[in-house]
Design a protein around this ligand. Structure first.
Ligand code: SAM
Length: 316
């Protein structure tokens, strides 16, 4: 189903994940840019008129029920929702070329794996990778394990809340070459994003890479939220209780830096998604980035450290 078809048939829907999830559907050109998308006067007016935030009571409830809401999402949609992510396959191709020798095994962690739309294309294409995959939705993890391409020799799926459960309970410390964070961090409360990144850092090898792709500031999905869905700056709740943050590159770079990473690539991807039948274009904005865990990282200062890079610099 295309974006505009959804708009047409779900006119009263406050926001539907489906409408924004089809980032690979009907693309008509893509550009990368260092600057955020420019809004029209009308879009600016609409965004700035949305001042009222969801009540604290409801916000606390949404945070408590985040896992439940995503699990219900997979109960409703099963594996029929997200499309296979070919962006990751392309990016991973580039990283694979960095192998020191051809038969070198690469270890990947897909954090917030959903039902495996990122990992299964990768496992099919590269026979020499091992993939850890985790999600806090038990249903999503079960779907991954039931996939015919899942085999324990090449893949290990487990349940984990990235903001609470230590990844090192399932993945050896400093053992992973590449972590993928694909449309996952946007679902985490901004106050807890750094915890999730520090958790990821613990299992990443020094010199290892985080591949990030997620919603960018002023994406079409952000502008579609109706009043009553705003949780905070660039943070919204959908009708099904799942939440979405829209990243500026500055916010993301600072977040990763504070968790001890170095920025390698960090740029907006602009594309228009088109319904060919109706000839309507909508502007999609994603943020696509690579961050590196330096050879001497903050993990020396202890797991899930809350110290800022500034504090660490002063200690150096
Ligand atoms: C939009 S889906 C993306 C799934 C997958 N990465 C993909 O690209 O298809 C976001 C996923 O993040 C998971 N998630 C959200 N918050 C999480 C958390 N705190 N810990 C682990 N997983 C989380 C959700 O359950 C959901 O499966």
């Amino acid at each position: 189903m295309s974006l505009t078809t959804i708009d047409k048939y779900e006119p009263t829907c406050t926001q539907s994940v489906k409408a924004e999830s089809q980032d690979e559907a009907f693309p008509c050109g893509q550009t990368t840019t260092a600057t955020a998308r420019h809004l029209t006067q009308e879009e600016l007016a609409r965004l700035s008129s949305e001042r009222a935030l969801v009540s604290d009571f409801k916000q606390i409830k949404l945070e408590k029920e985040a896992q439940k809401n995503w699990d219900l999402f997979y109960k409703r949609n099963a594996t029929n929702f997200f499309k296979d992510r070919h962006w990751t396959t392309r990016e991973f191709e580039e990283l694979r070329a960095c192998r020191e020798f051809e038969s070198q095994k690469l270890v990947l962690l897909e954090a917030g794996c959903g039902v495996g739309n990122c990992i299964f294309p990768l496992l099919e294409e590269d026979l020499n990778i091992f993939v850890y995959a985790c999600d806090f939705s038990p249903r999503a993890v079960e779907f991954v394990k039931k996939n015919p391409l899942y085999c324990p020799e090449r893949c290990c799926a487990f349940q984990c809340d990235l903001t609470k459960d230590r990844l090192t309970d399932n993945v050896p410390e400093s053992s992973v070459d590449v972590v993928t964070l694909i449309f996952v961090l946007s679902a985490v409360h901004p106050d807890k994003m750094k915890l999730a990144l520090e958790n990821v850092s613990e299992v990443l090898k020094p010199g290892g890479v985080v591949l990030f792709r997620d919603y960018g500031l002023y994406d079409h999905a952000m502008l579609r939220f109706k009043s009553g869905s705003k949780l905070g700056d660039n943070f919204y709740v959908r009708q099904d209780g799942t939440r979405s943050y829209f990243f500026s590159k500055e916010f993301l770079a600072q977040l990763f830096e504070e968790a001890g990473f170095q920025s390698a690539v960090n740029e907006y991807v602009l594309r228009e998604t088109v319904n060919k039948k109706e000839g309507l274009c909508v502007p999609r904005v994603f943020l696509q980035s690579k961050f590196i865990k330096p050879a001497h990282s903050q993990s020396e200062f202890g797991p899930l450290s809350h110290r800022s890079s500034q504090e660490r610099k002063q200690e150096d």
